[in-house]
Each structure stands twice: as C-alpha cells, then as structure tokens.
Design a protein around this ligand. Structure first.
Ligand code: PEP
Ligand code: MN
Length: 373
C-alpha cells in the first residue's frame, strides 16, 4: 500500500503527526518514506511494507494528511505503475524534461578520445539545436588491454566544451561510486557549465552496491541499462534499487540482448519492450540502437539498419535515443565501426522526429477508430 500525502505537508502539522501515529502502529507493517521534489511542490510518499493485505485502502485514504492511497503490487514499488496509479512520471533536470510522452536525443561519442573530437561533436550538435549528448569517460572494456577511457582527466575539458555549446545534459557511464564524486567535484569547480546523467552500463545492471551508491544521491538522474543476459523482470528489480535508496529519476534503457540469435547484429534488438516497460513502470524509456545493432550495415532501401532499429523504438513510444556518433569513426578508440558520421546527423534527427510524430498519430488513430474519441 502506498499513501501519498498532501503536497508540501509540514512534518510539524497535527494532520501529519496523527497520520504517522496511525500508520506506525499498524501491526506487522513497516514504513518507508520517499520524498519527490517536483517543479512546484514536494510530495511525500509513505510506503507501507509487510502485512498490508488486510489494510483498508479507504481507511488509509481518509487519514488527515493523506491525499490518496494506492494498493501497489510487490514488485517495483516506487518505479512501478500500479492499479489506479495516477502518479506523475518523469522529471526535469537542468532545464530538460524527461517523461513517458516526450523525446530527447543523446547523440555523441561512445568514448571521449581527444579535445578536437569533443569540440567537433558538440559544435555539430549545437548547430542542430541539440542540448544533450553522450560522452564516455570511464569505459568498461572486455579486454583489460583495450583503451579504458580518459577517466577524470578529461572531465574539465569535456564539461567546459559542453558549456561553450549550450549542452545541458551529458549521459556518462560510471563504473565505480567514486566517479560520482569526481564528476561532482569537477562540475562544482567549473561552476556547473553543464549537467550529467549517470549511466549504469549493462555489465553493472546488477551491481547492487553501485546502484545503492548512485541511489543515495539525488543531484544526478540515472540512465539505467538493461542487463544483457537477464530477464526484463530482473533488470526492472535492479532499477528499483536506485529508487529505494532515494533516487527515482531513472530512465530505463533497452540496448539489446546477448544471444547468438541476434546475429549478424551485435545484440538481439529488444525494442518491442518499449511499451512493455512503460506499462509496467513509470520510467521514461530509452533505446540504444548503436550497442544493439552494432554495425553500419545498410539495407537495400538505402537506410542503415541502425536507423531502422532506432525508428522501431521511437515509433513504439521511446522517450530517449542514445546513439554513438563520431566525427572520424576510423580514428575512434571505442566502437568506431558502429558510429554514425556527422553528416548523417540531420537525417537521423529528422527521422526520429518523424517517428515520434507518427507514434502520436498512431495513438490518435486507435482512439478514433476504436471509438474512444
Ligand atoms: C555504452 O553505452 O557506452 C555502453 C558500454 O553500453 P552497454 O553498457 O549497453 O554495453
Ligand atoms: Mn560503445
């Protein structure tokens, strides 16, 4: 059971004290408080855990500080979408809104290699009206002898360049909790010229201690990659670790599954799960066509397979696209073969917009023809 309190309720108020007294004394029930800071108001959610089956929802809803009570299922308590659950989804970070109905594109470098490429990439993004990008500084590599990313050394020039080109959010994978502090210290020192979305890579989907550490801070939202060898349910449960620690600003990213059945793609594209994740949870959903398709193969219709996969995700309602680009793919230190080139950016962006509009039109079509309008 979840009790959502009246917005901005004071903890000193009589209503709050009475309500908490009642809830705290329910036998076999423990409470977990979760605060959600919206644009204009703060919401307190009280999760009732344990023996909640026999609780009367109407009785909880009638408590003086409670606005609404929702019976929630056992799984994904915070991030999940439950019966009668009208809680808002999404969040705004550094002026950019992420929710289950809009769309943001994060085209950028898989791995930061040098200042010139970062500058070329960001300049091109800003010329095309983009405010978000991806920049890998800490790279989890299969082979210990491969380039591991420049780490904290590149952060100052990456963040400064982002500021110069008006980039507001950089998706950046971290592989250890100490990286949060490195990023935070650097941004603070530079006067926060840009923002960072902490990316959890597929190899760390079930690194629960890393997830808890990321969840303990609320400064940075999280881009959470689906585990490439586990079920969707296991990945969604792992994402919930972030929320139980206090950070529910989470975007769930589909990036393909590791199975030979996906060949000749690098991974088996799993974008049919876009609407499924939106049905099961309130998280905005991202698709990563680069790491799922993993090639620059071109179909006979003249389009790259990676752009076809992107279209499939977006037309099904994806809210974010994460894509590898590189100004000189042949020089890229990581994932060059799958990177799109700068002259492919305008068509890529326009194609995504087209698919996003088509997704909206598909909803109208079904509403109209199924008589709901
Ligand atoms: C990445 O996005 O750079 C990456 C390594 O992705 P994944 O964790 O999905 O393999
Ligand atoms: Mn990559």
């Amino acid at each position: 059971m979840l009790a959502i309190l009246h917005p901005n309720i004071s903890r000193d108020s009589q209503a709050y004290r009475e309500t908490m007294h009642f809830l705290e004394n329910l036998p076999g029930v423990t409470l977990r408080l979760h605060e959600v800071q919206g644009a204009t108001q703060k919401l307190t959610e009280v999760y009732l855990l344990g023996e909640t089956k026999s609780l009367d929802k109407d009785e909880i809803a009638a408590l003086p500080a409670v606005e609404r009570a929702i019976r929630i299922s056992q799984e994904y308590r915070i991030l999940g979408r439950h019966l009668d659950d009208l809680r808002q989804n999404g969040f705004t970070y550094n002026g950019v809104t992420f929710d289950q109905s809009n769309l943001n594109i994060f085209a950028g470098l898989c791995a930061v290699d040098n200042q010139e490429h970062v500058d070329m990439m960001m300049r091109s993004l800003s010329e095309h009206g983009q405010e978000c990008t991806r920049m890998g500084a800490y790279k989890p590599r299969t082979n210990p002898y491969s380039f591991q990313g420049h780490g904290k050394g590149c952060l100052p020039w990456v963040f400064e360049t982002a500021g110069k080109y008006g980039i507001r959010v950089i998706a950046m994978e971290i592989t250890h909790e100490s990286h949060i502090e490195e990023i935070d210290n650097c941004l603070e020192k530079l006067g926060r010229p840009t923002g960072v979305m902490l990316q959890v890579g597929t190899r760390n989907t079930q690194n629960f201690e890393l997830l808890k550490a990321i969840g303990r801070q609320q400064t940075y939202p999280v881009l959470f990659k689906r585990g490439f060898g586990i079920t969707l349910n296991e990945s969604l449960n792992a994402a919930e670790y972030l929320a139980t620690e206090g950070n529910a600003k989470v975007i769930f990213c589909l990036r393909g599954m590791k199975t030979e059945a996906g060949q000749p793609h690098r991974n088996m594209v799993d974008f049919a799960h876009v609407p499924t994740v939106k049905r099961l949870t309130r998280m905005p959903v991202c698709v990563d066509p680069s790491h799922s398709v993993g090639t620059r193969d071109r179909a006979p219709d003249g389009l790259l397979e990676v752009t076809h996969a992107t279209a499939q995700g977006v037309i099904a309602g994806a809210n974010m696209v994460l894509a590898d680009f590189h100004p000189r793919p042949e020089k890229a230190l990581v994932d060059g073969p799958q990177a799109l080139q700068m002259d492919e950016l305008p068509a890529f962006l326009a194609d995504i917009q087209l698919c996003h509009e088509t997704w909206k039109k598909r909803q109208q079509l079904y509403r109209r023809l199924e008589g709901a309008e």
